[in-house]
Design a protein around this ligand. Structure first.
Ligand SMILES: N=c1c2ncn([C@@H]3O[C@H](COP(=O)(O)OP(=O)(O)OP(=O)(O)O)[C@@H](O)[C@H]3O)c2ncn1[C@@H]1O[C@H](COP(=O)(O)O)[C@@H](O)[C@H]1O
Length: 106
């Protein structure tokens, strides 16, 4: 299991965004804003789907990494911390999550 995780990538993205470094893809995306970053996110999602349906295992790994990176960039641009998404996912697990889901259907 890799020691790398999405929280570490989120921290790297925040640091690179602040850097304004001309050689930084992250800084360039931040300068262009949510619309461009969300467009890239959509492209990476489509490329991930294509790799999956082609059963291209290495492509699926590589496109998934691109997808997660661009997803975190969009979250950061919109001021949504990764932890908020994790808490949302957590709320959907176990009994309390199921109870909430049932309540939403009423
Ligand atoms: N994980 C990533 C990551 N995944 C994808 N990309 C970049 O996303 C870009 C877009 O991918 P595409 O396949 O669409 O490339 P492209 O065809 O050149 O792009 P367009 O022509 O469509 O604009 C590429 O330039 C990739 O390098 C990433 N760029 C950065 N990171 C992480 O962010 C860190 C900081 O990077 P910089 O901001 O570049 O310093 C890195 O150390 C990595 O940890």
């Amino acid at each position: 299991m890799s020691a790398f995780d999405l929280a570490k990538l989120e921290a790297i993205i925040a640091e690179r965004a602040r850097s304004g470094d001309a050689g930084s893809w992250t800084a360039k995306l931040f300068a262009k804003g949510t619309e461009k970053a969300a467009q890239k996110l959509g492209e990476e999602a489509v490329e991930t789907v294509i790799a999956a349906v082609k059963h291209d295992r290495q492509g699926l790994v590589s496109e998934s990494a691109d997808l997660l990176y661009h997803w975190l960039v969009v979250l950061a641009l919109e001021g949504v911390p990764l932890d908020e998404v994790m808490r949302e996912l957590e709320s959907r697990t176990g009994q309390s999550g199921l109870a909430e889901k049932a309540a939403r259907k009423d």
